[in-house]
Design a protein around this ligand. Sequence first.
Ligand code: CAO
Length: 415
Amino acid sequence: MKALEGIKILDFTHVQSGPTCTQLLGWFGADVIKVERPGVGDATRKQLVDVEGADSLYFTMLNHNKRSLTLNTKHETGKEVLERLIKVCDVLVENFAPGALDRMGFPWERVQEINPRMIMASVKGFGPGPYEDCKVYENVAQCAGGAASTTGFRDGPPLVTGAQIGDSGTGLHLCLGIVTALFQRERSGRGQRILAPMQDGVLNLCRVKLRDQQRLERGPLTEYSQYGEGVPFGEATPRAGNDSGGGQPGRILKCRGWESDPNAYTYFITQAAVWTQICEVIGKPEWKEDSDFATPQARLPRLNTVFEAIEQWTMTKTKFEIMDICNPLNIPVGPILSMKELAEEPSLRETGTVVEVDHPERGQYLTVGCPIKMSDSPVDVVRSPLLGEHTDEILCEVLGYDEQQIAGMREAGAV
Ligand code: CAO
């Protein structure tokens, strides 16, 4: 038994944000029916292709544990099929451009009329307001949600991050909204509409930067490097390089091998509670008593000196040796792990976070499994469906069409 067993998801998602949400629902045990345009399918199937003729990794890695149904929702018969699907499904998830469902003839009011228990969940770039009609992709959301203006170094341009906080981050927000609405429906008997705008999701993840915006009105941000460097603050939360976001100063420092290995770095946090251990480890025992360095307050204007000394030590060790030395002393450090190192890490394979999947067109590939572990709802990662692989199965099992009817629909171009 899986947590969401028996829940049917009508999955109109494509590209990344929506598919990450419905993939999670599939991992939690829901029956995810991915609706795709006949002969075309999700555009990502054919984007960044690495094996000719096979679905791309972009598609396969975002669409596990789903069934694929091809359906032309602009065809009259296709619309009839869609109406029947709305009647029997619990959740409709979509991340079309604004207004696409309305143009298809299925606005929220109509969906609700067909099935009052339906939960209709949407990702859009922006919520109601000046930009609500815009099409939005990952980096646009990172820029419009405050992430880019606060990422990067002070003397450089705004930066986007490799973590897909606009797409996958919003998919997570949407997923939480869906399971919460399913819970509420247990008591109310009613469905509801859910909107997760990407701008809002990114801003939510940048909450601490809005915190700093308000702190800035009361004085300089003392934990930012620029404070110690005597650089005045402007009006908005600045970019802080690799400074730690919290009250415990931290930086990324070079480790042994940095000259040739772009990932020979460690994150190092000068946590106040373990300052004496840090002084011992880096060979600066005199700093324990020195009034310029003994307290967090005294260190704030001298963080460059502090981290330069720590880096002199980290450069003599590998990032893994630093972990081994610092962890027993409760000094928080983190090696900068490359994708190669993560892909090869045995413990991640054992927990199912990195999974090897077999695919009929492309053979074996690696993917990220479910990052949420539930003791009573284990996850089996099932390969992504081929385009329309389950069309007949779904039309027959879920909607009760017979072979002849399905053949007729196919001939008419509806499926
Ligand atoms: N049968 C018939 N038509 C279908 C169909 C089906 N099964 N599935 C989709 N279509 C149609 C849609 O109805 C739409 O038609 P209209 O333009 O006539 O209404 C058309 O296909 C294209 O859909 P779209 O506008 O959503 O797709 P796009 O490639 O032009 O835009 C994207 C892509 C992502 C920019 C846009 O969908 C969007 O802004 N989505 C919301 C924000 C979002 O999720 N962004 C993140 C994407 S991941 O980086």
